[in-house]
Design a protein around this ligand. Structure first.
Ligand code: NAP
Ligand code: F7E
Length: 339
């Protein structure tokens, strides 16, 4: 039987790398879309030892003709749209760019599928950010959306377009509403990776301290490698449906810092409030964390806490890696850079 053909947009990103590895292990022929003005590095694919197994093709979601050509010529069985301007903090400075990629980029892909490849199954990377500050304690597929950042608004547009193309044109397209997921391959700007890589620099390198923003926001953090499996499972269902993918636990950023600091042998003591709050390492009596205004966002999602009952039941998917294990994996990776 011919190998199934899958296109992953955003192949240079965290999830792109883990999903590519997962699909290769399933026997797929994997194509990866890389934008023309790309960050220029496929270091994540190299780290996983799969860069030579992926067919990398130019794919810029801002370019309609490019999207049309790739979809028309690719004859893909499945397309996973992971490409996005994914950093919430940056979306305030670049709302138009963010919308063009994250919202209209998805319409370009859906239109191309509708016109040129209407049997191709389509996965869209939706996000828990779409819930905003929800009144519902645990957010599920039934919880209503109140996006409060340009990033979240752009993703909700795409989410509803996917629903619309499914209903109006009968395409097999669906969205995974994924809560925060992390890994050693996470981008440096996201808080988990920033905390762990900076703690490693303070312990083994030349950094003396790091600044953070709102350490009281709560996130439901899981492991990217577990979450990409759920993306694939969604496209193997008979009918396209949307699913929440989350760990089902929530912690503050401060709790995350405390857990990660322990892993490096720091003995943290917190003092002060608001912008005067800081963490001292009692081993050295030095301040290693301070709070800086520049890291606060104009609007903040205070708490995210996912309910993945539907995915656990219907996809037989489970979040296998708890936060302590995830932190251990990420800390080991950073420590290995100094050995
Ligand atoms: P990521 O590491 O930031 O990767 C994003 C990818 O999109 C990169 O490969 C990037 O290329 C590419 N890209 C950006 N703009 C593009 C454009 N105009 N055309 C084509 N490609 C473009 O993100 P991730 O953490 O893997 O997340 C994957 C997807 O899931 C994203 O859509 C994100 O919004 C969504 N999501 C993530 C999480 C999470 O916690 N990680 C949770 C929910 C949803 P460059 O390398 O060139 O920048
Ligand atoms: O922030 C707070 C910040 O940037 C987490 C993306 O993958 O997940 C991610 O979005 C929290 C926020 O992720 C710093 O204010 C404090 O409350 O790691 P983050 P995010 O904004 O939750 C969702 C599901 C996505 O879809 C997105 O694509 O941490 N925080 N101090 C900080 N955050 C950062 N980045 N840096 C700080 O210094």
């Amino acid at each position: 039987m011919a190998k199934k053909r899958a296109l992953i947009t955003g192949i240079s990103g965290q999830d792109g790398a883990y999903l590519a590895q997962f699909l290769l292990n399933k026997g797929y022929s994997v194509f990866g879309g890389e934008r023309q003005n790309a960050s220029g590095s496929l270091w994540r694919l190299k780290y996983l030892g799969i860069e030579k197994k992926i067919k990398v093709i130019p794919l810029e979601l801002l370019e309609e003709n490019n999207v049309n050509d790739v979809v028309r010529n690719g004859k893909f069985d499945e397309i996973y749209n992971l490409a996005a301007q994914s950093f919430v903090a940056n979306s305030y400075a670049s709302p138009i760019f963010t919308s063009n990629v994250n919202a209209l980029g998805v319409t370009r892909l859906l239109e191309a599928i509708r016109h040129f490849s209407n049997k191709t199954k389509f996965y869209q990377a939706s996000t828990s950010e779409m819930y905003g500050n929800s009144n519902i304690k645990k957010q599920s597929e039934k919880t209503s959306f109140h996006p409060i950042s340009p990033y979240a608004v752009s993703k909700l547009y795409a989410h509803w377009m996917v629903n619309m193309y499914k209903d109006a044109y009968g395409l097999f397209c669906c969205s995974g509403i994924l809560f925060n997921h992390e890994s050693p391959l996470r981008g440096d700007e996201f808080v988990t990776k920033k905390i762990i890589s900076n703690l490693a620099k303070i312990k083994y390198g030349n950094l003396t301290k790091m600044g953070l923003g709102n350490i009281y926001s709560k996130r439901d953090w899981g492991f990217s490698k577990d979450y990409v499996e759920a993306m694939w499972k969604m496209l193997q269902k008979k009918k396209p449906e949307n699913y929440v993918i989350s760990s089902g636990k929530t912690y503050t950023v401060k709790e995350f810092v405390n857990k990660a600091a322990k892993n490096f042998g720091f003995n943290l003591s917190w003092t002060g409030v608001g912008l005067k709050e800081k963490a001292i390492d009692l081993n050295t009596n030095k301040v290693i964390i301070s709070i800086e205004k520049k890291y606060f966002r104009p609007t903040e999602v205070n708490s995210l806490f996912g309910d993945s009952t539907k995915a656990i039941k219907e996809l037989k998917w489970l979040p296998r890696t708890n936060l302590d294990k995830l932190i251990r994996i990420m800390c080991e990776y950073e420590k290995s850079k100094y050995n």
